[in-house]
Write a protein that binds this ligand. Structure first.
Ligand code: ZN
Length: 480
């Protein structure tokens, strides 16, 4: 018997099979990646934040065609993370009553060259079939990054995907009623070609919500939980100054959890108030024991902040001071309440803020004649403010209205880069030191002039652990 040897298949064959399988898998998986949702929730309140023309256009594209107006094909939502860009995009779709497709930029990034471009083609094909509709591309910076001019090498795949996106945007008939919304928190990294007229030529800033916005957002999220009658959203919104949309949603949820833990069926005002602190400062760390001396130091530190704030007429009064340690590591904190929304800060306001930040350390120095590590966060903030006053706000005589620093990454931490000579840089450093020093001295002076109150308030806080703004003010205003 002669044995017939079967020829071995080349390795390349197996590679091809695997490749083919992956491509097939990808094609079938893709429709799942694109989520189509019909939004029924009324997010009307959010819409004040967005150009309602887009909604009107989606309702009635013919009206705009008639007069020959070109509606935007692409709208770029720009803002820091957690400000509710996705929610806003959904709100627009919900308000207009059109289908909403969402995809994340990172989903276009593929291992194989050409696959990303394919996905873009498919996306636009689907969108055209469902028009009028909204296509939402989250994190567009992952595919829309500036192309580098080197030509050779580089990221071929990403570039092809971006080119396909540009071609599709140019190609589709704007009058059909497809609006592309894209979100990014790094607008400065986007390729200029993306921002040209006819592409993403509209930019809607989505900033942290203001007082009115916070109240509206709280109400939207609170609609899902059962509320007691005493809930005052305005008060909560005031106390949650600086919170993002995501944090506000979190606060409502934390309040509901707290109500459940305490065996109640309704969420009360106290639940919401406590949840603000949970979201901002973390949970209470009940098992952390501070020594008596440490408690005393923390009390004086926090009262120092509050007292300096209250003694400077322009500083916001305190709402609450507490020395209960939190999981975030804070040993205590002073919660300030903004009476009104501030859009402009004067030089005096900023100086007062720096003085307030140094107030904690100043009280420690004055009473204990020693300094602790407790002020590290205050130091960081005070330095940042003082630096901005010198380099960005033009608040010094010497440098006048000259920008010495530029913000390179506005929405992601606000990194800055210095643009000046080394000698200037040294001078800036000196001015920052001088600014902080002057305010530190002012805080010391204020506390020294009111030392009796400092002692009285600190002892009261140390005893009670948490005191309210009213208690604080009544002691402060009480005649000795
Ligand atoms: Zn402090």
């Amino acid at each position: 018997m002669k044995k017939v040897e079967r020829p071995k298949k080349p390795l390349l064959f197996y590679y091809m099979v695997v490749l083919l399988a992956m491509i097939l898998l990808n094609t079938f998986l893709f429709p799942r990646l694109m989520r189509q949702e019909i939004i029924q929730v009324d997010y009307g309140t959010f819409l004040t934040m967005l150009d309602s023309k887009v909604v009107d256009f989606l309702h009635n594209p013919a009206k705009y065609q008639e007069i020959g107006a070109r509606m935007p094909k692409g709208v770029l939502l720009v803002g820091p993370p957690g400000t509710g860009k996705t929610l806003l995009a959904k709100a627009v779709a919900g308000e207009a009553g059109v289908p909403f497709f969402s995809i994340s930029g990172s989903e276009f990034v593929e291992m194989f060259v050409g696959m990303g471009a394919n996905k873009v083609r498919d996306l636009f094909k689907q969108a055209n079939e469902k028009a009028p509709c909204i296509v939402f591309i989250d994190e567009i910076d992952t595919i829309g990054k500036k192309r580098d001019g080197s030509g050779m090498g580089g990221n071929d795949e990403r570039e092809q995907t971006l080119n396909q996106l540009l071609t599709e945007m140019d190609g589709f008939e704007g009058s059909k009623g497809v609006v592309i919304l894209a979100a990014t928190n790094r607008p400065e990294t986007l390729d200029p070609a993306l921002l040209r007229p006819g592409r993403f030529d509209r930019r809607v800033p989505v900033e942290l919500p203001d007082l009115q916005g916070r109240e509206a957002i709280l109400k939207v999220h609170a609609a899902k939980v059962k509320l007691a009658e005493n809930v005052d959203f305005n008060a909560i919104a005031r106390a949650a100054s600086g919170a993002s949309g995501a944090e506000l949603a979190n606060m409502v949820n934390e309040a509901a959890l707290r109500a459940v833990r305490q065996g109640r069926k309704l969420v009360t005002q106290e639940d919401l108030q406590e949840s603000i602190e949970v979201v901002i400062a973390g949970y209470q760390k009940k098992n952390k024991i501070l020594s008596d001396r440490e408690r005393m130091i923390v009390s004086y530190h926090e009262i120092g902040h509050a007292l300096v704030a209250a003694l400077q007429t322009h500083s916001a009064p305190v709402a609450k001071i507490t020395i209960i340690p939190r999981t975030s590591g804070a040993l205590g904190y002073t919660m300030q309440v903004e009476q009104e929304e501030r859009n402009l800060m004067s030089r005096e306001d900023l100086e007062n803020q720096i003085a307030t930040l140094t107030g904690g350390r100043a009280a420690e120095e004055l009473v204990f004649h020693s300094i602790t590590t407790g002020a590290s966060n205050d130091i960081e903030k005070a330095t940042k403010l003082a630096r901005a006053m010198v380099t960005r706000y033009g608040m010094t005589e010497d440098f006048d209205m000259v920008a010495l620093e530029t913000v390179t990454n506005q929405y992601m931490g606000g990194d800055t880069s210095l643009a000046c000579a080394p000698e200037t840089s040294a001078k800036i450093d000196q001015m920052v030191v001088d600014t902080v020093k002057a305010q530190h001295q002012k805080a010391l002076r204020l506390l020294m002039d009111n030392e009796a109150k400092l002692h009285e308030l600190s002892k009261f806080l140390c005893e009670k652990e948490t005191i309210t703004g009213e208690e604080f003010m009544s002691i402060l205003e009480k005649k000795a």
